[in-house]
Design a protein around this ligand. Structure first.
Ligand SMILES: Cc1cc2nc3c(=O)[nH]c(=O)nc-3n(C[C@H](O)[C@H](O)[C@H](O)COP(=O)(O)OP(=O)(O)OC[C@H]3O[C@@H](n4cnc5c(N)ncnc54)[C@H](O)[C@@H]3O)c2cc1C
Length: 428
């Protein structure tokens, strides 16, 4: 039977590409460990893998199955740099910090690709990504952005695309200019996730699926995590639950908000060779970003629609197909084979959140739709910090992300209002 995530709607296309998805047993009694990790997405599993490799006893608990959160269901686009352009970050934080954050994302990119290669995980990597403008009049801005990346950040893989080139490379008349990035690409996220869990298990991490943490408390210098089937006592804890934090820990919940995003997959586009002939990934300039790409077998995987409430949309497929038809009218009747959603963890400034929320308890998440590379790398950096190696994670801790305003009861309605306003602006 096809597995349906209990925390996200729809069955993903990625599930059909995985031959074998090992199951890991639930926790079956109390235990003591050096480090406990809560959450089995990229962040948690990378932390567990790297800690186990360093000989540290680590137990990871996942409330459902690995990949049920964002890491197994995302758009698979790496991008380059952080969520914001380096020049925007520079204007806010100055060159040194902006450069360090840019370099960190480059380290993340290299880390993920090297990890997949050394572990022999075929992640369906396809090179190339294009950021495109859905409005006229932004040529100068896009051109300058490519120039700044090369001149100030040493990143020479960006090239400006005028309207004609943009139309050709996308196979669509809906966009007006863009930047093509040949130094990045896109992947099958679930293949990475499944391979990562295998690697963590092989390295000696104690991995437990179907084991939700129900509370975290501290006693006698240790942290105790309650689950339905036992208590874990740990010297250190990583909270890697990202958008799915719920009520488990209030500081994380105040800083990371879930936003739902939805993706649809078409049948392979064999008879539409003009659609992204170079197979790059695409992200557009809308506030509610439309992100799409071709899979290795030639399907269009198209993401875009967002929702800010917990309700599942009734018909994700038709909605996504309408978005596709706006960009590719010839695909108005294309058959959709899969449609699904997941929760993206966002922070107020759309920068990652990393903080010690209790003594010995670190929380990491809020990659704001830009976490495929970064969450993997942050999991590794957490392990580095435990081992006493490179303090690169401090770059994120120093961002000092603020909480969403409005407190527990008001912040969701306030956010909903703000986001709906920005989403409306996309239509003008
Ligand atoms: C639809 C969608 C499209 C996206 N597209 C892109 C993209 O193209 N590019 C990009 O860079 N990023 C994208 N993202 C974001 C990216 O997927 C995330 O940033 C990244 O996967 C975060 O990984 P994580 O490990 O921090 O969180 P997750 O993968 O969400 O893992 C958190 C895990 O914690 C578990 N958990 C929660 N509570 C508990 C508990 N109490 N006890 C035990 N376990 C618990 C959850 O079940 C979940 O498995 C997208 C996200 C979505 C949803």
């Amino acid at each position: 039977m096809v597995w349906q995530s209990p925390i996200a709607p729809g069955v993903t296309f990625y599930q059909s590409t995985i031959a074998e998805r090992p199951e890991y047993p639930a926790l079956d009694g109390s235990k003591t460990t050096d480090v406990a990790v809560i959450g089995g997405g990229y962040t948690g599993l990378q932390a567990a893998y790297n800690l186990a490799k360093a000989g540290i006893a680590v137990t990871l608990i996942e409330g459902h199955r690995f990949g049920d959160g964002a890491s197994g269901r995302n758009g698979g686009q790496f991008g380059t740099g952080q969520r914001w352009s380096p020049e925007e970050t520079e204007a806010e934080l100055g060159y040194e910090r902006s450069r360090a954050l840019f370099d960190m994302a480059e380290h993340a990119k290299k880390y993920v690709l090297d990890f997949a290669e050394t572990q022999g995980i075929d992640i369906d990597f396809i090179p190339g990504q294009m950021n495109v403008s859905h409005k006229r009049g932004h040529d100068r801005e896009y051109r300058e952005s490519a120039e700044i990346a090369a001149a100030r950040y040493g990143y020479t893989h960006l090239s400006f695309m005028d309207q004609e080139e943009t139309r050709e490379r996308l196979g669509s008349k809906r966009y007006f200019c863009g930047v093509r990035d040949t130094g990045t690409g896109h992947i099958n996220p679930l293949k990475l996730l499944v391979g990562l869990a295998r690697a963590a298990h092989a390295a000696g991490a104690d991995l437990r699926e179907m084991t939700p943490a129900t509370s975290i408390r501290q006693a006698g210098g240790k942290t105790l995590i309650e689950t339905p089937t036992g208590t874990i006592t740990a010297d250190r804890v990583l909270i890697a639950t990202n958008a799915y934090i719920g009520n488990l820990e209030p500081v994380t919940a105040a800083h990371i908000m879930p936003i739902r995003s939805f993706i649809g997959a078409t049948v392979p586009l064999d008879t539409f060779p003009s659609v992204i002939p170079g197979s790059e990934a695409v992200a557009d300039s809308r506030f509610v970003v439309r992100y799409f790409r071709k899979s290795r077998d030639g399907r269009l995987l198209f993401g875009g629609r967002e929702a800010y409430t917990a309700d599942n949309p009734i018909d994700i497929s038709s909605h996504i197909r309408r978005h596709i038809a706006e960009i590719y009218p010839e695909l108005a009747d294309i058959e959709m084979t899969h449609a699904w959603g997941g929760s993206v963890g966002i922070t107020l400034p759309r920068k990652p959140f990393a903080r010690e929320v209790m003594p010995g308890v670190t929380s990491i998440g809020g990659f704001s739709g830009h976490g495929v590379m970064l969450s993997n790398y942050c999991g590794k950096l957490y392990a580095d910090a435990v081992i006493g190696k490179a303090p690169e994670l401090d770059l994120l801790k120093d961002l000092n992300i603020g909480a969403f305003p409005g407190g527990a009861s008001l912040r969701k309605p306030l956010l909903l209002l703000a986001l709906t306003w920005y989403a409306l602006r996309d239509r003008f």
